[in-house]
Structure formats: C-alpha cells, structure tokens
Write a protein that binds this ligand. Structure first.
Ligand SMILES: [Zn+2]
Length: 237
C-alpha cells in the first residue's frame, strides 16, 4: 500500500512537471503561475454551465427509483452537461487520460459550490471507489482527486480506504438504462475498521447519470447505520 502511494505521488509530480499548461476546455495556453487553476482558463471558468439547485439534482434519483429505494438524502453537482459538449469532453479526458490535476481543480470548484448550497459538515467523505482493474488501467481514481480539491472547502475525514469495490462493472455509459440498473447490486464492501454508525456521510463521484452506483453505496452505508448520505458530483449528465 505504501508502495502504491509512493508511485502515485511520483507519477502525479512528474505529470505536473511535463504537462503542457493548456485549458482542458478551450485548449488556450495558460501561463505558469498566472492562474489559480492550471487546467481551466479564466474565460472557461467564468462560463461554466452550472448545475441546477440541490433539490432538482436529488430528483434525479426519484426519476429512476421508487421513493422507498432512494438512499440519498441530499445531492449537489457543479456542471450541467446538457448541450455543453466541451465540458463533457473535459470530463472524459480526466476520466480516461489520467488528468488528475483537472479532477482536483473541479473538486475545488465543487467544494465552493457546496459552501453556497450549505453542505459543508460531514463526519466522513468517501470518494466512490473504482475496481482495482480499472484503477490499473486508469492509474488513479478520479473521485479521490476530486475529493482532494473538495476537502479544502468541506469538513469531514476523507479516505479512499473506508469502502472497497468488489465487482468489475462494464463502463456505465456503454449500457442501456435497464442494463445499468441490473449492473449494480451489492458491489461495495465496507472496511471492517470503518464504522459509519450514526454518521453524516458525503459520497463523491465524477458524473451523476441514473445514480444507481451512488445510491447502491448509500444503501450499504445506511444498512451499516449511517444517519445521512449526501452526494456531490462534478457533473450531472
Ligand atoms: Zn479555456
């Protein structure tokens, strides 16, 4: 485990060093140290298509599950992906091309959004885990890097070791709505040393589509005694 963390740290530093500093959205050059964000230029930061308020985002779960099956109590997101192709492409870039820095920067923006939404106090912050096979392919868990940015604005103990993902699932976006529902069952396993009893938990992920995965994780945590489960995603599709 120490070894993995060590390698991850080296890779992140190397990537920072070699990465050309271009905006992930419009590809414009960003001068080193001239911007707070290395992957997002001011123009693109200023024209982020913001996601609707939390109650509208939480409704997404009720569109796909009956009332008694919704385990998410509150939900927020940063970006609305509807008709905003370039922001969608950037999401795909950071999902598939190892751009952990962009995930971190989106995480900071999401954290600021959560302050506006009044969602800032948690006992635990859990990045939705990916399976180790996927971790090897991708080199990192994007949700973990989003969480690193987010915790600068939201209180709670954050760790990627609270929950483990067991089953290797096919990339959700490749599946139909019905297949997605079947594809997630009881795929998460809580760390034996992690006791969520009576706690307020925030789940962090990249994109909210049907919400199956995140709702399934919330269900597992509530069966283990969690009092409240909110979720925050960079984007809502
Ligand atoms: Zn830009």
């Amino acid at each position: 485990m120490v070894n993995t963390t060590f390698i991850r740290a080296i890779r992140d530093n190397l990537f920072d060093f070699v990465a050309p500093e271009h905006c992930a959205i419009c590809n414009k050059h960003i001068k080193p140290n001239s911007a707070q964000f290395k992957m997002l230029c001011y123009a693109c930061l200023n024209s982020i298509p913001y996601a609707p308020p939390p109650n509208i985002i939480r409704n997404r779960f009720f569109e796909h599950f009956s009332e008694d099956k919704v385990a998410i109590d509150g939900a927020t997101a940063l970006i609305s992906l509807k008709e905003n192709a370039q922001y969608l492409e950037a999401i795909h870039k950071f999902k598939y091309a190892g751009l952990s820095q962009l995930a971190y920067e989106y995480g900071k923006l999401l954290g600021r959004r959560m302050q506006i939404d009044g969602m800032t106090e948690y006992n635990y912050i859990i990045p939705v885990p990916i399976h180790k096979v996927k971790y090897r392919e991708r080199g990192y868990n994007q949700s973990y890097h989003i969480s690193l940015g987010l915790i600068e604005f939201v209180a709670g103990e954050m760790s990627d070791e609270f929950v483990k993902r067991n089953q290797y699932t096919i990339t959700q976006t490749a599946l139909s709505k019905e297949q997605r529902k079947r594809n997630v069952g009881n795929i998460f396993e809580l760390n034996k040393k992690f006791d969520p009893n009576g706690s307020r938990i925030l789940l962090v992920d990249d994109v909210l589509t049907t919400g199956s995965t995140i709702n399934s994780l919330a269900k597992s945590l509530k069966s283990a005694g969690a009092e409240r489960c909110d979720c925050a995603t960079v984007a809502i599709a």
